[in-house]
Design a protein around this ligand. Sequence first.
Ligand SMILES: [Fe+2]
Length: 166
Amino acid sequence: MRKEEMQLLTSALKYEQGHRRRTQHILKVYAMAGLLGRARNIDEKDQYLLNRRAVVHDIAIKYCKENCEDASAENQKKYCGMLTEKFLLEAGYDSECLPPVKYMVYHHHDYHIEKDILLQLLVEADIIVNCLEEGCEGKDLDCISGIFVSQAGKELFDSIIKKEGR
Ligand SMILES: [Fe+2]
């Protein structure tokens, strides 16, 4: 793990101040994005980019809960850019790496826009983890399954989520 990534992950975990679900969610999406990126054979540079996006993808939730009425996707979009910038710069990343990370954090719930492969892999990692955390009751699994593009993501979704509880 690179120094900046270690610093970013540490500060994102500390920021949650022991909130169990969000702290574990960061770790799970970080690990799942790492797995999907490696399964897809993306290069190291892209893997590091995906990793840092995975760490901060939900960074606005706590801020919105403390400063807005709720942490709706709309509110998160208002503040995720500012928070992403703050966390990345404090972790030692260059300012030139900010735009693609901010873009991905902003759009990670926009399932039906055209996506580059890194945003796609983050969306897939987040969906798998969310389904594991929340369960699948009432969810249209075939519809969710249709969001997946990567082979590894599809296989994991089918094996872990569709067969949950069998
Ligand atoms: Fe998430």
